[in-house]
Design a protein around this ligand. Sequence first.
Ligand SMILES: [Zn+2]
Length: 186
Amino acid sequence: MSATCVCGSDLWDYRGINPVSQPTPIGHEYVGIAEEVGSEVTTIKPGQFVIGSFFASDNTCEICQAGYQTNCIHREYVGANGAQAQHLRVPLADGTLVATPELPDSDLVPSLLAASDVLGTGWFGAVAANVQPGNTVAVVGAARSACSPSSSSAPRPGRRGIQGDGRTACHQGAATALTDGLTRHG
Ligand SMILES: [Zn+2]
């Protein structure tokens, strides 16, 4: 592994929100160098820098082709293997990993790591919500993933994101931000 993240959903386990009854690997946001590939892998080569998805998918089934790879009929949760480790076995590598054209400079690695989960999740949400230029959007559940629609849309003129955390204490903030946004943007 070259770099991994601590995701908000990793902290659910850490804080006891998700019961953990036995030693359990953790971590599902990751980038690294492919050291070995299985005999059926065709597109990923050893030595490539790869960005991995948090759900392994074949990227070929009907659901994947419809753009919903996290619900692939063959999906496997990569976090079950624990990306916060020196090495990680990634199932369905052809569908799950994206190789960069060349080895990135080290200062780019954190940005590429963001593409492992938060960018894709945020982008999926923005597409699913049919966010258009000029829209004001309310994001409820502003973990880093949820922040991505507004952060990924930030360079686009006319878009504005309002984020709110999914926790109770922050619903108020989201509601306030939404009200404020509607007041100012109609
Ligand atoms: Zn699939």
